[in-house]
Design a protein around this ligand. Sequence first.
Ligand code: ADP
Ligand code: ZN
Length: 738
Amino acid sequence: MPSARVLIDGPSELVFDYAYPQDLPVLPGCRVRVPLRNRAASGTVLSIGSDQDLGFALRELNALIDPEPLITSQLLELAQWIAHYYGSSLESVIRSLLPEAVRNEENSAKTRKSVFLLKPPSNDEISAIQRRAPRQADILQALSHEENGRLFLTDLPQGSSATVKTLVKLGWVTIEDEEVRREPDADSQEELIESQPLTLNAEQQLAWQATCEAIDSPDKPLLLLGVTGSGKTEVYLQAARYALDQGKSVLILVPEISLTPQTVRHFKSRFAACKEQIAVLHSHLSQGERFDEWHRIRRGQARIVIGARSAIFAPLLNLGFIVVDEEHENSYKQDTSPRYHARDIAVLRAKKESCAILLGSATPSLESFHNARQGKYQLLRLPHRADGQSMPIVRVVDMRLEQQKQKNTNTIFSDKLRQAMEQRLERGEQSILFLNRRGFARSLQCHSCGHVIQCPHCSFALTYHRTDERLMCHVCGYQAIVPRKCPSCQDPGIALQGYGTQKVEEVLTKLLPKARFARIDADIMRKKNTLRDTLLAFKAKKIDILIGTQMIAKGLHFPNVTLVGILNADIGLHIPDFRASERTFQLLTQVAGRAGRGELEGEVFVQTCTPHAPCIQYARRHDFDGFSEQELEFRREFHFPPYERCSVLTVRSTHERRAEFTLQTLHRRLAETPPPHMQISDPLPSPLIKSHGQFRFQITLRHPNARALTRHVQEVLKKTSLPEDVIATFDMDALSFS
Ligand code: ADP
Ligand code: ZN
């Protein structure tokens, strides 16, 4: 008898094998009903096998729920690839692929009783009925006023059901169960006016044409490198239109739905005329809404899907075009198992389903840019702003001088930035203040000369570990004691420094008492709609100065903003992460790109204690090519991505020693029979050594081949039995080293 491996619905994620009769068309991806202990349950078929060599009889599954598999064979193949590549279980991948909302039958389609008019009554008939049975006539008339002769039973006046039953008997109407869509934005008051396509400028035209050609005959992935404000969105929109016109469906990935309201709105209003074909997948959907949206996509009713990371698994039919907007964003990487990168999966899905894919950014990841340089991707460029405006002027302010001048080692505002803000207030223009708060791992910096204590072997900042008062290198394991004075200038003012958005607000209140300002950070964001309301108020010029963290760095377009202040460009530069420079460059470029997007010229102040850091200087000149050239050289020399794959093995436990000991054991075994060319770091405490009450230790592993690396680590993990309270996680292509 054939057997099916079934992932049972529900939080415990059980997997069991069931036998089934030969003639039942069970396929991977099918939904089935199965017996589970003494109850019935539903589940998803992961794979098909045979019960022959088991030596015992399997229970039989009860029934197929859907006649066809819910997961397409292509997506199932993708799932298998992900499981192998990232070293995660197929079950965990299927869980991502088929959301709980879809697997759980309790969310199944909602129906309501509808009354359908079978034949429209003539005026004579109505008058005849009116005399005899006025209530019947009322209902018939109400129905014939409806465009498709249909009303929900509940929409008729109370007590109509008896009358409707009579009308059914008389052959005027029928009652049917009709599926109603739980529409996500049904209660939103926002009115969408269809936006008209803009006339593309010459550069956009070229990018658009190349994209349309790719939609017609997909070849390499396209990388669209367009400076901030170059009109990438318009290219996405018009290429999406082209794909739809060819009868194909379109998938738009954005970093985070709630942080990119403008991009989503652009799509919604451009396709307002066919808005029932758009599905927006975001984290605030109810289970029922998610179920309905998913099935609308699966049935081909929704042909434009906009969503964050997990939308890469949207079951679109006849997929013709994928856009990955802001492709460099870290949020495309899932930080729990399976730790997939949605951009990379998108590239693979495009290949498997033979569709066009466009990765867009003003600051592409070096991984993607490297692929373009090697000819694996086709590079498209938009080097100028779409409205003909020049790029904002970026001024780098040396905070070491400011601190001496103001005799304060924790100066927040330089004189120049303060003056610029005052000037904007007088002119009625708006400003954005950006506070970089990336990473909690802290480095030591001298306030007098700006020197940062670095590893002598790796050219990375050493990380301060409070527990044992030491500095550590997270790449090679080098350790040092905390110096009492700066090794470079002998000044004793070497310290850990930092401040938050609240502090900025506090200081600003004193500095500019007349200014109206608002703060956007994670604390504020917890309340629903706060972000949207704040952005709307800012757009309406009810706020002069917007203070924010990473959240305001993305895709916002405010024409009246002429000043952007980046308060602490250094934080994030000296964290133990080989991408620190790249991230800083991206962030400065993106934030600076918020300035001068209207008629008025923009100005950006970058406050830093390391004004000569290359990433700051390249960002000042808007020079992506210069930056990537130098940074790629460094990556090659030190064997970092994109030249090699980098992964992290983390072990955590509430018992510190047990976690440390387990990692040491794993480290020994990993180093015993490594695949050739593997580089392995020492076992070290994670920068975030204690999190959620658990102690964390980690190893970094690098190898030119991802699969070889994953296989090696999986083999060692399989052979090593971990103590009960110790958890090991493996992160392939890791983006976070904390
Ligand atoms: P990006 O996403 O590349 O940062 P946007 O898509 O936000 O840039 O575009 C910046 C501005 O330029 C928007 O206001 C957009 O409406 C405008 N724009 C885009 N394309 C054109 C065009 N061809 N002609 C005029 N304005 C354009
Ligand atoms: Zn080192």
